[in-house]
Design a protein around this ligand. Sequence first.
Ligand SMILES: [Zn+2]
Length: 210
Amino acid sequence: MASREQTKRRARERALEFWRTTSQNEWLCNRCNDSIPRDEGYLCSPQITGVHSLDTGGSLDLSGCPDLICDACFESDAEASPFEGAIRPPLQDALGQHDAGALKSKRPTSITVICVLGFIGAAFSIPLIFSDVARQLGSWYPPFLGLMSALGLACMIGLWKMKKWAAYTYTGMVALNQIVLLATGLWNIFAILLPAIVIFFALRNVSRMT
Ligand SMILES: [Zn+2]
């Protein structure tokens, strides 16, 4: 029996064969929808096979259609095995939306997670705006915190809708906030850590936003 190493190498080889048949620079992972850059990913036997009906009324034959999956999905699926059929473009989405335009604005899991955490964070920051602690930092601080929270929430809604302006506005807002925090001596490592994670994923996916 082939070792896991060999299986993985073979699935990558098959992925490279697929990449040679297309000029596209990225593909979406069939399992998690994350972006797979050109010449990466693993071409595996599909999880979904057979004929499926579409919302638009047509049907889609998925038999013999491989999955292109990312490294994380390959590692988390012990059953993943190289696709050995004739090379065909993997579906970018298991539901059959193989229209690249429709896929462009589809929200990746990383952005969904960030937005959900952002909405929770915004809910928790509201009582902070009206707290004594905020008032003690200066009369300007509660309104400033309120403005930042409102802007942050607007950006999270924008990211949820996969809007480019949200990624850029959030980056600018974080930069401004860092300056204010440094100037007032309120800066700490957490002030940059979480926003940096958000910015990393937002900018990484900005090419898929509209
Ligand atoms: Zn994946």
